[in-house]
Design a protein around this ligand. Structure first.
Ligand SMILES: NC(=O)c1ccc[n+]([C@@H]2O[C@H](COP(=O)([O-])OP(=O)(O)OC[C@H]3O[C@@H](n4cnc5c(N)ncnc54)[C@H](O)[C@@H]3O)[C@@H](O)[C@H]2O)c1
Length: 261
C-alpha cells in the first residue's frame, strides 16, 4: 500500500476526478477527507469508500472562503493528528465566448480554480511545515498551456477565464514548490485532458458531450479516451513517496493531446 496511514484531503472529492482520486487513495491505505462545496453529494461518496473497505470522512468546504479553510484544516488535524496530502482538485468552468464573458463568469472561475488552490495550500502549509512533510498536488488542465481551437465539435468555445486560471495553477505550483521545498513539502501538478465527468456536461447538452468526446478521441495521440483510474494513478505518484525527489512539476495526463504540444 503506497499511502498506508497517510491523511489526505481531496477538494471537490465528492464527484468525478476527485472521487476517483479519493477511491484510489483509500484503497492504498490513506484516510481520505472529502472536502466539497456540494454537501448533498458527500455522504454517498464517503459511504461508497467505506463499503469498499476504505477510511473516509467528508466536510462541507468552499475553497474560496479563506476563513473557513484554516478552521477546516485545524479540525482535520484535531481528528487525525496530521495532514500528509492535499489534492487541490475542486474546479468549475464557464465556457463562453470572450466578447460575452461577464465579470461574474471571470470571477467565479478565477476564484475557485486559482484562488482556491492558493487559499487551500496557504491553510494547510503551516501544518505540513511543522511536520516537515507534505505532498500537495494541484489539478490544472491541458488548457493551461495549449489554447484549444475556439470552437471544436461539441464545445461552446470560450475558455479565456478557465485557461487563464489553469495556466495560473501551473505557475503557482512552481512558486509554491520553491517556498515549501526547504520544509519537506513537495508541490506538483497534474494537467488532465478530457475525461467524462459531470463537469463535461456542465456547459454542454448530452449530444454535445458525445460529440466533444468523439472529437477528443480522434485528436489524441493514443486514439482513445482515458479512464478516471488512469488519471488518478499519476496523482497517486505525486502524493506518495515514489515521487520524493520531484517538485514543481506539471505532468500532462491527456493521451498526447496535440493542441498543448
Ligand atoms: N473533466 C475533465 O475533462 C477535466 C479536464 C481538465 C481538468 N479538469 C479539472 O479537474 C477538476 C475536477 O473536475 P471534474 O471533472 O471531476 O468535475 P466535477 O464537476 O465532477 O467535480 C468538481 C467538484 O468540485 C466541487 N466544487 C466546485 N466548486 C467548489 C468550491 N468552491 N469549493 C469546494 N468544492 C467545489 C464540486 O461540488 C464537485 O464535486 C477540476 O479542477 C477541473 O477543472 C477536469
Amino acid at each position: 500500500m503506497r499511502l498506508k496511514d497517510k491523511i489526505a484531503i481531496v477538494t471537490g472529492g465528492a464527484s468525478g476526478i476527485g472521487k476517483a482520486i479519493s477511491d484510489l487513495f483509500a484503497a492504498e491505505g490513506a484516510a481520505v477527507v472529502l472536502a466539497d462545496k456540494n454537501e448533498d453529494a458527500i455522504p454517498e461518496a464517503v459511504e461508497s469508500i467505506k463499503q469498499a473497505g476504505g477510511r473516509a470522512s467528508g466536510s462541507a468546504v468552499d475553497v474560496t472562503q479563506r476563513d473557513q479553510l484554516a478552521e477546516f484544516m485545524d479540525k482535520v488535524v484535531a481528528q487525525y493528528g496530521r495532514i500528509d496530502i492535499l489534492i487541490n482538485n475542486a474546479g468549475v468552468s464557464r465556457y463562453r465566448p470572450f466578447a460575452t464573458t461577464t465579470s461574474e463568469d471571470w470571477d467565479i472561475v478565477l476564484d475557485v480554480d486559482l484562488k482556491g488552490v492558493f487559499f487551500c495550500t496557504q491553510a494547510v502549509a503551516p501544518h505540513m511545515v511543522r511536520q516537515n512533510y507534505g505532498r500537495v498536488v494541484n489539478i490544472s488542465s491541458a488548457l493551461g498551456t495549449g489554447a484549444a481551437p475556439h470552437k471544436t465539435a461539441g464545445s461552446p468555445g470560450g475558455s479565456a477565464a478557465y485557461a487563464s486560471a489553469k495556466a495560473g495553477v501551473i505557475m503557482l505550483t512552481k512558486t509554491l514548490a520553491r517556498e515549501l521545498g526547504p520544509s519537506g513539502v513537495t508541490v506538483n501538478c497534474i494537467a488532465p485532458g478530457s475525461f467524462l465527468t459531470p463537469f463535461s456536461a456542465s456547459t454542454r447538452t448530452p449530444e454535445e458531450v458525445q460529440e466533444h468526446l468523439q472529437h477528443r478521441k480522434s485528436t489524441v495521440v493514443l486514439g482513445r479516451l482515458g479512464t478516471l483510474q488512469e488519471l488518478a494513478a499519476p496523482v497517486l505518484f505525486f502524493a506518495s513517496d515514489d515521487s520524493s525527489y520531484v517538485t514543481g512539476h506539471t505532468l500532462f495526463v491527456d493521451g498526447g493531446r496535440s493542441d498543448r504540444m
